[in-house]
Structure formats: structure tokens, C-alpha cells
Ligand binder design. Structure first.
Ligand code: G3P
Ligand code: MG
Length: 385
């Protein structure tokens, strides 16, 4: 460790490596530290080797999750090097197309926490499915879902559209973007609302876009002449963009077998969409989180700016993960913007086990497979000296 400390602080020498650790299945198993995880983080801190935590988990504000994690691991951690699945959504507040003043709908395991996360980021008008359900319970014709009965609902910023209303549409509620921040709990209500919005005209609930259907131009002739009707197609009528933060179909939880994650919810929505469109259109959505480049770019930016602040260059980045489809594929496929080499290391303490969890081929093939996070860091440090 002393060798690294001097290397890390000196200039003009090989830059030290950094680490990106997955959490579930690498540092923690459910809420308990994986043996060796805490010591490994302490070793890196003592050695001045930078690391970030890069998880597809989410659903709590970063500060709350970091506090909780620090306690569980017994290691001081900071939000500066902590990236949850939804953390990069803050980028959508920047620049000319900023969503800051737009109306966004968020869902996840806990509606109120999801709202708190987005309000904390700076989104000004954040709605949850509970708000919409409270304004019109007929939108969901079954038993009220648990989170709506707790009545955290807030009044809507504009009247919810109803077909019989005489108000002009523009004075009704318009949803500008929809976000899934972690694993939804009330799938049925969420699927209903998201489907309604995907079929709507311009994000106004209660409307149905006249452009739904395959894109086409039809000509009709009548006594008054020939008229052409253009159908723009599915999701072509100003419907809100759909964002997901985590594509993991499975993740490592308390149960002996992996559990369905946000990716399963996404697949369910895509399945409903395929039925509704008669298979005519793929569900258009934007997904971040591992393995997507947006998330690795965001993570690399965090590491690179920290390195810059200390007057050094970004060295090799070791991504230590338990899921070949997210952690490993993402690191393998990522094209660095800071000239760093990303090296993937797969551990045996999570989702992937020999004979289960997919073949380690192509983009899923890690540079190295090791038993656990401690072995991963030992292997990497050995290579770097
Ligand atoms: O819901 C969390 C899960 O999908 C994965 O978390 O830390 O393994 O990326 P993590
Ligand atoms: Mg994991």
C-alpha cells in the first residue's frame, strides 16, 4: 500500500489505478457486508487509491443511501464518489433542453422517496402515480395499490384531463417525461399509467393520439376532392419520453435464487406495448445505468475530475462486478473519453455463478474472474505494481 501512496501523490509517473465497485453482490449481500469488503475499502482509502461505488440500485436520495452504506460497511463514504442508477438523470437539468421546469412523473419502489430524489436534484414539478390516482381513482379499476392508500398524494398542478371537460386541452395536466427510478412495487398501476401516457396526445392523460398506428399516408377521395391523411405512427405525437435507470432483469437478494429487478418491469411494459401495437412498434425508451455508456461516462467523469483536482491523470479503471450483463458488458464496451483503460473483473459472490448467470463470452467475458472483491483488488494491485 505504501508503494501506491507515493505513486498516487507524485507527478509525472504512471497514474494510479482507480476502482468502480458494484454494490449488490460485490460489497453487500442484501444488507450485510460480503467478507473482505470493508477491509478492502479501508485498504484503498489508506493507500490513496481512488474508488467510486457504481450501483444499479436506487430509490433513496444519495445522501441517505451513503449514510446507510457507511454504517453497514463501517467505512466512511461520501456522495462525491457514489453513483446510483438514477444519479446521472441530473444531467437532464443542464443546458437548453433542461427538464427543470417541466412536469415529470416518477415511479419506483417508494413513490415519496422517488419524488424526494428528483426534487433534491432540482426538478421543480415532480408527480407520482399516487397523485394521479388520487385525482381520478377510475384510472385504476382495482383495489387501490398500497402506496396510494397511504395518501401521500399531492394536488396536481393543473386539472387532470377528462374527455367531457370543456376546458381547452392546454390548460390541463401535461406530463413531459416519465422516469422509473428503481424497482417499481405497484406494477399494475404503473403499467396502466405509463401505457396511458404512451398512447396519449402530447402527454395529456385521458387523450388518445390520432396518430397511434403504423406510420402511413392514406388518400381518400370524395365529391369534394382528394384528401391525404398522414398517420405519424406510435409515440410520434409528443408523448413524454420514457426513461429507465436500470435494465437488470435479475439481481442478487436474500432469496437463494436471483430476483426480478427493474429490467423485468421494463420487459413487462414492452410486452404490453407489443400487444397493444400488434407488434408494429418497438417501445421507444431511454435506459441508463450499467451497462449503458451514459452511466460509464458519468462515472468516468467523476473519477477524472477528482484526478484532475489532485493534479494527476486518470489511470486504469477496474470495474468490479457480479453481473456479466451489466457490470462486465458495460466496462468492456465503454469507450473512454479520458483515455483510460477500463478493465472488467467478475466476482463469484453475486448473481453470476459457474453454470448459472450466463455464458462469459464476447462482451460478457471479464478480463478476470475472482472469488470476491478482496481478491479482485489484490489481483488488480498486483498487475499495477
Ligand atoms: O436493484 C439493484 C440491482 O439491480 C443491482 O445493484 O449494486 O448490483 O448494481 P448493483
Ligand atoms: Mg451487483
Amino acid at each position: 500500500s505504501r508503494a501506491f501512496r507515493s505513486d498516487a501523490r507524485s507527478t509525472g509517473r504512471k497514474p494510479p489505478p482507480s476502482f468502480a465497485f458494484d454494490i449488490d453482490g460485490v460489497l453487500l449481500h442484501v444488507s450485510k457486508p460480503i467478507p473482505g469488503a470493508s477491509d478492502t475499502l479501508r485498504f484503498l482509502q489508506a493507500s490513496g487509491i481512488p474508488f467510486i461505488l457504481l450501483t444499479n440500485g436506487g430509490g433513496k436520495p444519495e445522501a441517505e443511501r451513503v449514510r446507510d452504506l457507511s454504517e453497514r460497511l463501517g467505512v466512511p463514504l461520501s456522495t462525491d464518489n457514489f453513483i446510483q442508477s438514477h444519479t446521472p438523470f441530473q444531467e437532464l437539468l443542464k443546458g437548453p433542453g433542461s427538464l427543470r421546469d417541466k412536469t415529470v412523473l416518477v415511479t419506483g419502489s417508494d413513490y415519496e422517496k422517488c419524488r424526494a430524489i428528483f426534487e433534491g436534484y432540482g426538478f421543480r414539478t415532480v408527480l407520482t402515480p399516487a397523485d394521479i390516482y388520487a385525482a381520478d381513482p377510475t384510472i385504476f379499476p382495482f383495489q387501490p395499490p398500497p402506496q396510494t392508500t397511504l395518501s401521500h398524494a399531492r394536488p396536481l398542478p393543473a386539472p387532470l384531463y377528462h374527455p367531457s371537460s370543456t376546458l381547452p386541452l392546454t390548460s390541463h395536466l401535461k406530463i413531459d417525461a416519465v422516469f422509473t427510478l428503481n424497482d417499481p412495487r405497484d406494477w399494475a398501476l404503473d403499467l396502466q399509467l405509463l401505457t396511458d401516457l404512451l398512447l396519449s396526445h402530447g402527454g395529456y392523460l385521458g387523450t388518445y393520439s390520432q396518430h397511434n398506428g403504423p406510420a402511413s399516408t392514406t388518400t381518400t377521395s370524395s365529391t369534394s376532392g382528394v384528401a391525404a391523411k398522414r398517420c405519424l405512427g406510435w409515440q410520434r405525437d409528443g408523448q413524454p419520453p420514457l426513461y429507465f435507470s436500470n435494465a437488470d432483469l435479475l439481481w442478487s437478494a436474500l432469496h437463494p435464487l436471483p430476483r426480478l429487478g427493474q429490467g423485468a418491469f421494463q420487459a413487462a411494459l414492452a410486452g404490453v406495448w407489443a400487444r397493444i401495437t400488434g407488434g408494429q412498434a418497438e417501445l421507444e425508451r431511454k435506459c441508463i445505468g450499467k451497462p449503458y455508456a451514459e452511466t460509464y461516462r458519468f462515472a468516468e467523469g467523476v473519477l477524472a475530475r477528482a484526478a484532475e483536482g489532485e493534479g494527476r491523470k486518470l489511470g486504469r479503471v477496474y470495474m468490479v462486478g457480479d453481473n456479466p450483463e451489466s457490470d462486465i458488458a458495460g466496462a468492456n464496451g465503454f469507450v473512454s473519453e479520458w483515455g483510460a483503460e477500463w478493465v472488467s473483473v467478475l466476482v463469484r459472490t453475486g448473481v453470476w455463478k459457474e453454470g448459472r448467470g450466463g455464458k462469459l463470452e464476447g462482451v460478457f467475458e471479464p478480463r478476470e474472474v475472482v472469488d470476491d472483491v478482496k481478491a479482485a483488488v489484490e489481483w488488480a494491485v498486483e498487475r499495477e505494481v
